[in-house]
Write a protein that binds this ligand. Sequence first.
Ligand code: FE
Length: 341
Amino acid sequence: MMLKKALLSTLLATLGAAALPATAADTELNLYSARHYQTDEALYADFTKQTGIKINRIEAKEDELLERIRNEGANSPADVFVTVDASRLAKADELGIFAPVKSRLLEERIPAHLRTQDWFSYSTRARLIVFNPELVKAEQVQTYEQLADPSLKGKVCTRSGSHPYNLSLGAALIRHNGTAQAEEWARGLVANFARAPKGGDTDQIKAVAAGECGVAIANSYYLARLMNSDKREDQAVTARIKVVWPNQQSWGTHINISGAGMLKTAPHKEAAVKFLEYLASDQAQAYFANGNNEWPVVASAKVDNPALTKLGPFKADAMPIGELAKTVADAQRIFDRAGFR
Ligand code: FE
């Protein structure tokens, strides 16, 4: 096997670049994606129509895809990795799997705080506070920090502290308030739990509506999905809760992203860059963001989503998204010590 490989590379070296077509344009692209929405189908079909590049998709959970890329190593067929959560992209980046992409188009269209040298955000989501007005007062729950206040004892619900969404929020709290204060916050939060963390964000929203919890933290798209739902039971949920954009008077609501990067080992680098640039087009942005009730990152892209329109504008945390990752490990340690599991 090794010998064969060695022979092959010698052969290729001997033949040299001249023997290969000078402009061997990529005709396919291997996409490892942790996203699977119906609107994404339209997105990929449109890309193929525009460029003639066929997309082969491998879809799996975020962490599985990352593990797969690591295991495949230099032989990975992956060209582009698409996933959610800045801490996951940052983890991938730390593992050294991405190649830097220099693109004027991406620099022009994606705001600076939503990209790094190695990966780009294509949509944003906010971590919201939802509350039950029969159980807590609006003025009690205007900030993340307030969720640790003893006045909310037995009222707070959230998913697991080890979930990336909460770890990213913890990382933001560390950046803004310092490690000691963030740890105190985690302890106060745990002391306020109505129940041990369980389920996803939608479960927390439903538990608030049911009165099992007074207040919860949830990503905006889960709420928007309920708001846009025709189902009577979903409408009943949203009718019983109120929504807060946290930290509007201070550092802004914590946001997270869906994003993508080109693999260092990508066999089709030209196609990969084309795809990353395509995702920043107005049309792709609309599909990509709307497919999961998220906000596009490109200012000129249209938001056509009744729930997001209803939720209205808000002040988002302006901290560069790449910065978050630097304190995610600290957030994990703090949560562990505080018993936020
Ligand atoms: Fe999610």
